[in-house]
Design a binder for this molecule. Structure first.
Ligand code: NAP
Length: 470
């Protein structure tokens, strides 16, 4: 079909429209109230790019019925699995799903490289540039696939953190072997399939060994890093096929993943190297401070309700436990009740509270908490001294004073919500259990702090019932 608009073919136009939807979608993802719409717009753009490729890339021919059937079968199977997973997934299991989908993207990029290498062997035009793109797509896509699968297994609790003895040396040797072999293939123009499978095996092995020792709490950072790898690998695929939509999509995913990785490391005040070789988190980290910590004071539901009802300003610090308890709607009800009583309530959002970037924003947006009520950590900290009560709900590491005052702590230097500057602190959690970094929290022993033990949702419901009686 040779229809042209503004000198562009329908295929080119579709790719431009798809690229614009990706950029718009990504932009909208940065604001919780527009994120859902942004995701849909980018999804439609992707649908358009797929449809245009099938319809306009090559002349339609009934002889290719097998190809069309395979594409259709792939679309149907992928859609059914994707929709089922997305509908079933719990908010707390979102990181593993992202990891799984990311792994699939990496696998696709790797398979594209395998197929294109085989095309070259059967008469394609061989150039060093083309070979480099194919080989890089294979390496990065395979590392991303196997690494993401290990990250998925770890977050599901099916694979334990395990470091091989001399693991770092083995990884460096593997990298040398991978790039040595790829360099040889690219420079010599050798199109040996067994060598390519060797490269594939080494890359898959590297992905496994690279992610295996990384601590549980650092998985979101690793997933984001692997996500940027997948983006790069997809961009190489875009080069190979001269597909601008794939190229733009890949570059956007690659750069967004890289920026997110850097932002998360900054939020934890750790370098990427420290994340990769630090083995931080997963509940196994040693407590930096041991010995006598002081006494724990508990608070009754009635006393907590009275404290809240007579406060002028309340700050809620949500954490992973809020997501586990699925208490987002309940906390929103508490917020409305307190506001009816004239209390000013805001939420202090730590950038790595929960288990994935933006976890708390997504959770609270789901419960229709108005976005202006969500304060970034820096703003929340500024207003802390004038806050009457801080309600820490299922958060632990992100309110740990050791980040400020204990240089031996693994989280030392991580910016935290300085709840101890408020007049009163109430922590809602089930027990004295540790957070993801696996360390003690001296906040629980702070003179201003009182513990309200129990499941966050139960405790909030009891608080609401009590407040209604006041
Ligand atoms: P956290 O330190 O993991 O603590 C969560 C607390 O919630 C636990 O101490 C637990 O105590 C409590 N809890 C669990 N279930 C609960 C329930 N049903 N009701 C009430 N409380 C419950 O969480 P966080 O303060 O949000 O910190 C996040 C951690 O993840 C940080 O270490 C951060 O560096 C890491 N991380 C996050 C990201 C990200 O992108 N968000 C990325 C990398 C790392 P009990 O068992 O006693 O109830």
């Amino acid at each position: 079909m040779d229809i042209k608009l503004l000198g562009l073919s329908l295929l080119e136009l579709s790719y431009i429209v798809a690229s614009v939807t990706f950029i718009l979608g990504l932009k909208m993802l940065s604001s919780p109230d527009k994120a859902r719409k942004g995701n849909l717009i980018a999804g439609y753009g992707m649908g358009l790019a797929i449809a245009a490729t099938i319809l306009f890339k090559e002349e339609f021919s009934p002889d290719k019925w097998l190809n069309y059937s395979l594409i259709l079968a792939g679309l149907i199977i992928g859609t059914v699995i994707g929709v089922r997973m997305a509908l079933k997934v719990k908010m707390t299991a979102m990181p593993q799903m992202v990891s799984f989908f990311n792994g699939m993207g990496g696998a696709c990029a790797g398979v594209i490289s395998l197929v294109e290498f085989d095309h070259l062997r059967h008469g394609g035009e061989v150039s060093t540039g083309m070979l480099i793109v194919i080989l890089l797509g294979l390496i990065i896509g395979s590392v991303s696939f196997s690494g993401s699968m290990i990250a998925y297994g770890k977050l599901e609790g099916k694979i334990a953190d395990k470091a091989l003895p001399a693991g770092q040396i083995i990884n460096i040797l593997l990298l040398i072997a991978i790039f040595g072999l790829a360099g040889f293939l690219a420079i010599s123009g050798n199109l040996s399939m067994p060598m390519l499978y060797g490269l594939l095996t080494l890359s898959l092995l590297y992905g496994v060994l690279f992610v295996m020792p990384i601590g549980g709490a650092d998985m979101p950072v690793v997933i984001s890093l692997l996500n940027s790898f997948t983006g790069m690998a997809a961009a190489f695929g875009g080069f190979l096929y001269g597909n601008q939509a794939m190229l733009t999509g890949g570059i956007l995913v690659g750069s967004a993943g890289t920026i997110l990785t850097v932002l998360m490391c900054t939020a934890m005040n750790r370098s990427l190297t420290n994340v990769i070789i630090g083995s931080f988190g997963g509940g196994n980290a040693a407590s930096a401070k041991s010995g006598e910590q002081g006494t724990i004071k508990e608070i009754s539901v009635t006393d907590a309700a009275i404290l809240l009802a007579y406060a002028n300003k309340v700050s809620v610090v949500p954490g992973y436990g809020l997501a586990v308890a699925q208490a987002q709607h309940t906390v929103h009800n508490l917020e409305k009740l307190l506001e009816d009583k004239g209390v000013e309530l805001t939420y202090a959002i730590h950038p790595v509270a929960g288990r994935m970037p933006g976890h708390m924003n997504v959770l609270l947006a789901e419960a229709d908490v108005p976005y202006p009520k969500l304060l970034e950590m820096e703003d929340a900290n500024e207003g802390m001294a004038s806050t009457d009560v801080v309600l820490v709900i299922g958060a632990n590491d992100v309110v740990n004073p050791a980040a400020e005052n204990d240089p031996s702590s693994p989280i030392y230097g991580m910016p935290v919500v300085k709840v101890w500057n408020a007049k009163n602190i109430i922590v809602l959690k089930r027990s004295m259990g540790k957070g993801y970094a696996g360390i003690e929290n001296e906040l629980f022993f702070h003179p201003k702090n009182r513990m309200l033990f129990g499941d966050a949702k139960d405790s909030l419901e009891k608080l609401i019932a009590e407040l209604k009686n006041l």
